[in-house]
Ligand binder design. Sequence first.
Ligand SMILES: Nc1nc2c(ncn2[C@@H]2O[C@H](COP(=O)(O)OP(=O)(O)OP(=O)(O)O)[C@@H](O)[C@H]2O)c(=O)[nH]1
Ligand SMILES: [Mg+2]
Length: 542
Amino acid sequence: MKLESVLMSGPSLSWVHARVDHRVSSHQSASRDVKCQSKRTAAFREARQQHRLQASSSAEPDELAEKFFQGQYPEEADLAGEEVSLPDILGRMEGAAEQAEPAGPRSDVNDDFGWTQRMEPERAYLVGVQLKERGSKNRFAYDVHESLEELGRLAATAGLEVVGSTHQQLEMHNPKTYIGSGKIQELVAAVEESGAETLVVDDELTPGQLRSLDEAFQDRIRLCDRTALILDIFSQRAATREGQLQVELAQSEYQLPRLTRMWSHLERQAGGRVRGMGEKQIEVDKRLLRSRISALRRSIEDIKSHRRHYRKRRSQVPVPVVALVGYTNAGKSTLLNQLTDAGVLCEDQLFATLDPTTRRITLPSGMQVLLTDTVGFIQKLPTQLVAAFRATLEEISDAALLLHVVDVSHSGAAAQAETVKNVLDDLEVGNVPQLVVWNKVDAVAQPDVVSAVAEERENTVCVSAQTGQGMHNLLGAIEARLRDLLVPVDVLLPWTDGSLQGEIHKVGVVESEEFLDEGMQLSARVPMSLASRLQPMSVSSK
Ligand SMILES: Nc1nc2c(ncn2[C@@H]2O[C@H](COP(=O)(O)OP(=O)(O)OP(=O)(O)O)[C@@H](O)[C@H]2O)c(=O)[nH]1
Ligand SMILES: [Mg+2]
């Protein structure tokens, strides 16, 4: 009943997601990063209210709420009528929590509700796997050190403090335990020694791997994988309604196969006396989560059709769209700001931009284009997010040209560019024409050499979005590329064929339109493929 109300209440679902990860070592979970505080405070308020209604007389509502908040679920109240009483479960949990409480005092603060939360960031330990090279396919494979460094930046963005890391070289990820089973005890010891409360794994774990690692750590730490971390960052940052819905959908899909964890631990704590309850509850939760997923899909579809309508109107204005795409932190927003007065937030942080901003710019000849900033990509991008952002990235598929921004000063620039290429292919926009922008040329050791290499390559320009170097060149290149892509046509479209007119507006630049008795006469610049289809209607060929 409670979970249902939480699930249906939308925004707090990310809190449910957090709860899935909560351990019985609940005093540790109280140290979750402060960024989550507002969501958690809301959850707490709700919990407390519900407890006032539900709690048995044997426990103070506040005490119950605090336990609930620390990952000791309020639904336990629902179990009261079953084989084990609520105070019994709470007592057992209390024992477990005491045992698990980390040694040493840490500074705590009181919030409005009188419960305590530590201000220090949660400490995280990172673990990754270096897959052994297998043939030329891995030409752009990420080095595990780079990947862990990136994971550390993601962790920091999410508000964690990295206290250590390790990796292992393997032919493939161990399907049961992620790292080699022989390495696990070593990892457990290293994590314990580091004092970390969270283990962050550099890949997406399968539900089975998650379970095995959980068991190896005996629920003493919070486990988090790269996907959960990225989803968490997205949920903290999504600003528009659509962005929030998309992230929530991605999180729900991620949680669905992993729900077992939150109930199996309850069974363990109750010493098996509530066996069967967990399973029953998992089924209920899964059903609720599935219906939430359907509701989210419907809401997103509604917004999408609104946007389609808006884009249709916009496409009637003959201004081509140029979309900035690239790896996260490549400098896309800085470039947009340099070319316009958009004032978009640029930060030396991953995923600074989640929601697209569009501005009009004028090219040297006076031709106008719309420049759109988009969300950055990252290696091992969660599949749920690729799917979720397919809608937002429709903007990209409508673009006449993609500016692929590459941070050329980054040691992994080639691998990052390859990742972007693969994601664009996944999104089925790999064949939209592109101009490659090598950014941050001010930060490379030999800018002249880099510029010379860029000049030799097709469709590549070198710039510094920060200093403004190369901007004039870039604008010229955008214009040349757009003109290249469009060919002039003069056509007479019969009134019986209305759809072609819309298509010309959508993908080309209309220069003039005249309504005649026989049809519409139109001068435009359109892509080559459309120009050849329009050939039979060409005025000059009549
Ligand atoms: N040295 C140097 N730094 C740059 C340049 N362009 C951007 N940066 C810095 O790189 C960091 C990331 O820039 P953003 O513009 O936020 O990058 P982004 O591609 O929009 O990143 P996301 O929105 O996270 O995907 C910021 O700290 C910028 O100041 C450049 O030309 N030179
Ligand atoms: Mg940005």
